[in-house]
Structure formats: C-alpha cells, structure tokens
Design a protein. Structure first.
Length: 134
C-alpha cells in the first residue's frame, strides 16, 4: 500500500530501481487515502527485504504467469480452460512484454497447483521467476 498522492508510484519505482530491481508488471486500485499496488519485480526477495527495511506495508503471493503467443485468442482460451476447470481468478493483470516480446498475464487463483495443472494440460506456457528476472 502506498499513499494516494501525486508521485507516490514514481517514488516507489525509483526506490526499487535504486537497488537494481525492475518492475515487470503492476496493477493499482486506489481509494481516497491509500492505493493498493500489486507488482511483479525482477527480484521478489530483494523487494520484500527493501520493503521491510523501509517499513512499506506489503504482502506476498505467488502468481501464475501465462505466456500468450497471441494476446486475443490465447487470452480467451486461457480463461476458458480455467472456467472449465472451475478455477476462480482472484485478480489478474498484464505484464510488460517479456524478453521475446510475448504478452504475459499474471493471475492469482484460489488453488495455485490445480490451476497450474489445468493450464499445463491446456498446453499453455507458464513463466517462472527465472524467466522473468532479466
């Protein structure tokens, strides 16, 4: 969570970059006083350490990251596979293009292992931290 003030997100990204951590994807949900920022970084452990050191409130989770070869058709197919598997998506957001220029979708699901198996059976390529760290 960050203060809902002009420049807060820029200051957060600048702080991360000062320790060579890059933001690979983000989502924001604001309210009057505070903004919930969800980020995927090139170094999750370093990010958590930095946030703890600076007293920045945060939680962590492990998202599924799906690599989409074709954004439109693959997005629909991915969502349909999860629907057929009756897997609930808590939140989702796109990531900045990966090293090969593919679109990627970060998903937080109610059952990570089950969703992983559903997407693997559906033939989807998943990205892991070692794929995301540049």
């Amino acid at each position: 969570m960050i203060a809902n003030r002009v420049g807060s997100l820029a200051a957060l990204v600048k702080l991360l970059r000062s320790t060579s951590i890059e933001v690979l994807g983000l989502s924001m949900q604001d309210s009057r006083d505070a903004t919930v920022v969800r980020i995927i970084t090139s170094d999750p452990e370093g990010t958590e350490h930095l946030f703890m050191e600076r007293g920045i409130p945060h939680t962590t989770c492990t998202p599924l990251v799906v690599v989409l070869r074709e954004s439109g058709p693959d997005l629909l197919e991915c969502l349909e596979q999860l629907m057929i598997g009756e897997t609930n998506i808590d939140f989702a957001y796109s990531l900045l293009p990966g090293p090969r220029g593919h679109s990627m979708l970060a998903l937080h699901v109610d059952d990570y292992e089950f969703a992983l198996s559903v997407l693997n059976r559906g033939g989807f390529k998943l990205a892991y931290q070692e794929d995301l760290s540049r």
